[in-house]
Unconditional design. Structure first.
Length: 395
């Protein structure tokens, strides 16, 4: 339900800020400021996830989402959105759910379970883009007045999910006893705990390097892709809605087969198999002769649209990738790894500013293509050197 409400306005956040007065460079600055604050906050949030309980952190995150949606709905100027983006991004709910799935499932079933979760979420998300399109069209079109009702729905959703989880979610065992179990412990220490995260973990620094590169590419292009789709390609609310629906439906069909395949042949192999389709979708996004071709972009997925997170055929590649990412560390370290993963978003600070400058100077195509270049030259070769995390059962 929470994911569905977030999907309602994913395509409209930047368009909303633009209509409230933000210039292209200011759009990049908006993303950079919020990324900086959220990256810093992610470290204590990840530490708290281990020290206390995942449930408490998730409830705090949902409360932040409700406050953020309220600010969005009442905003009269673009700079107010800095506060909304910052509060809304303090706790990332979906990575916490992934940590729960990874923790409670067997290694040979994890990619499949992660894929099933995407199918369940996607079942609702099929209706999100067209629902948003109908609401936006009914309230005045692609402008602040037409987009504002989406944030009211997001507020209601966050409150409902908060109440549901508060009552129904069983607390997972926290790692608060980890300090008591260490004979030399003199009490909890955030710095000491994060130093301990890297002890005995050979590949974490390489993972950090490749994730930072991916985040940089996403920060460079993602804030501006909706502007390309609407202002350059001329997409209407209904084209946007159909594009999003096509993306979700395609991922629904492929997520479980891709997850099962990743549990058999390895996470990396499936990622390498599907990722190039995102690049193809991005090329089509750039070369599409008319807005109707964007529906095919939705089916394929595009790296510039959402950073290739689960959308379309190519976006399915992210599920085995993120499964492998969380499996890299043992379960008692995943809260701190979650904090480090959030800190990696700091790479989007210069990326969004650079993207805004390039976009304003007319280098729009280059902004959309640079993430592909970074993946092909840096991410793919780096990932090839990291061992797969699939644990095969002993015969």
């Amino acid at each position: 339900m929470q994911n569905w409400s977030q999907q309602l306005n994913t395509q409209y956040n930047q368009l909303y800020a633009r209509d409230l007065g933000a210039e292209y460079v200011e759009l990049g600055l908006l993303n950079s400021i919020t990324a900086a604050i959220n990256s810093i906050v992610s470290v204590p949030i990840g530490w708290a996830t281990e020290k206390y309980a995942v449930k408490k952190v998730m409830l705090f995150g949902l409360a932040c989402a409700a406050v953020s949606a309220t600010i969005f709905a009442l905003a009269g100027n673009w700079w107010v959105l800095i506060l909304a983006f910052t509060i809304g991004g303090m706790v990332r709910i979906m990575p916490l759910t992934d940590i729960i799935f990874i923790t409670v499932t067997d290694p040979q079933q994890r990619a499949t379970v992660m894929s099933v979760s995407r199918v369940v979420w996607g079942g609702l998300n099929v209706f999100a883009p067209m629902t948003a399109a109908l609401i936006v069209a009914s309230f005045g079109g692609i402008n602040a007045q037409g987009i504002r009702p989406l944030y009211c729905i997001q507020l209601i959703s966050a409150v409902c999910v908060f109440l549901f989880l508060a009552r129904k979610l069983e607390p997972l065992p926290s790692h608060a006893n980890r300090e008591k179990d260490r004979p030399d412990s003199k009490g909890p220490s955030l710095i000491q705990d994060f130093r301990e995260l890297f002890k005995g973990e050979k590949w974490l620094k390489r993972w950090i390097a490749l994730r930072i590169t991916m985040q940089f590419g996403m920060g460079l292009s993602m804030p501006f892709a909706p502007l390309w789709i609407v202002n350059v390609k001329g997409a209407t609310p209904y084209i946007l809605g159909t594009m999003g629906t096509a993306s979700v439906i395609m991922s629904l069909f492929l997520h479980i087969p891709a997850g099962r395949l990743a549990d058999k042949i390895g996470r990396k192999n499936v990622f390498f198999l599907l990722r190039p389709i995102l690049y193809l979708g991005t090329f089509l996004l750039i070369l599409a002769p008319s807005a109707e071709y964007l529906i095919l972009v939705g089916l394929l997925g595009a790296l510039a649209v959402g950073g290739g997170l689960d959308g379309g055929v190519g976006g399915v590649s992210f599920t085995p990738f993120i499964t492998m990412f969380w499996e890299t560390v043992p379960k008692e370290k995943r809260g701190r790894w979650f904090g480090v993963e959030g800190l990696m978003n700091i790479s989007t600070i210069p990326a969004s500013i650079l993207g805004g400058i390039l976009w304003q100077q007319g280098f729009m195509t280059e902004v959309l293509l640079l993430p592909i270049l970074l993946e092909v030259l840096v991410v793919i070769p780096a990932l090839a050197t990291v061992p797969d995390t699939l644990v095969r059962p002993k015969r």
